[in-house]
Design a protein around this ligand. Structure first.
Ligand SMILES: Nc1ncnc2c1ncn2[C@@H]1O[C@H](COP(=O)(O)OP(=O)(O)OP(=O)(O)O)[C@@H](O)[C@H]1O
Length: 210
């Protein structure tokens, strides 16, 4: 999916000069981007704009050739189930649900992965033994790995990851990147990772500064 941003500026803060704010930029289909941002430069805002959770900006965002302001709530629901997957900086897991129940939330709607496939993904990230534990009982790094797997258990053409590895050790980051790369390729999707500084070992099409 092509995502075009045209002269976007948040309504509620004045960003510093960057390669994104106030500029025109196209995130191309089947491409990988690192968005490097210092804290407070607005990367969570950018992701919330693209995900349709926050419309407090001027300028335009287009998916392929369609402005996102034209989407109805029903269309956004469909987009968030079928087209865009996300790992929020704050993860947004449901604390009372188990790890597996959290992962299944969108998968149940789309039948994208079998339970065996999900458990295999969990074992690749060494969280399979946590499947039946409530999310609130897991460490933050374990929750991050659950949130990553949840994002991968739906169809998507765009995967947004907001500091997804901040509490994960090197070995598990390597495993997570392998899993993410596989699923991005299988879905023929665009990947956008936001990071405060780490670049990770990913074959980016482009790194942009926010
Ligand atoms: N809903 C809001 N209303 C008003 N100001 C906001 C709102 N959300 C964010 N801001 C402000 O906008 C700026 C960017 O916030 P944002 O969370 O997008 O940055 P960020 O780069 O993701 O930050 P961090 O990496 O520290 O989480 C900050 O100055 C923040 O205080």
């Amino acid at each position: 999916m092509q995502v075009t941003i045209q002269s976007i500026i948040p309504d509620y803060f004045t960003p510093a000069s960057s390669e994104v704010w106030s500029k025109n930029f196209e995130f191309q289909p089947n491409s990988k981007y690192l968005v490097k941002a210092v804290s407070g430069s607005g990367k969570s805002s950018l992701f919330n704009f693209i995900y349709g959770l926050n419309n407090r900006f001027s300028g335009s965002i287009l998916f392929n050739d369609t402005s996102i302001t034209s989407f109805s709530e029903a269309e956004w629901t469909s987009i968030r189930t079928q087209k865009i997957a996300i790992v929020f900086q704050g993860l947004k897991l449901f604390p009372e649900l188990t790890a597996l129940e959290n992962i299944q939330l969108k998968n149940i709607l789309t039948n994208h992965k079998t339970e065996a496939e999900i458990l295999d993904m969990m074992s690749q990230l060494d969280v399979n033994q946590l499947a039946n534990k409530k999310a609130e009982t897991l460490s933050y790094g374990q929750q991050q790995r659950i949130a990553i797997i949840r994002a991968l258990c739906q169809p998507f053409k765009l995967l947004l990851l907001d500091e997804p590895f901040s509490h994960i050790d090197e070995a598990q980051i390597t495993n997570a990147i392998a899993l993410i790369n596989n699923e991005v390729t299988a879905n023929q999707a665009t990947l956008i990772i936001a990071s405060l500084g780490d670049t990770y070992n990913i074959d980016y099409t482009k790194t942009i500064l926010l």
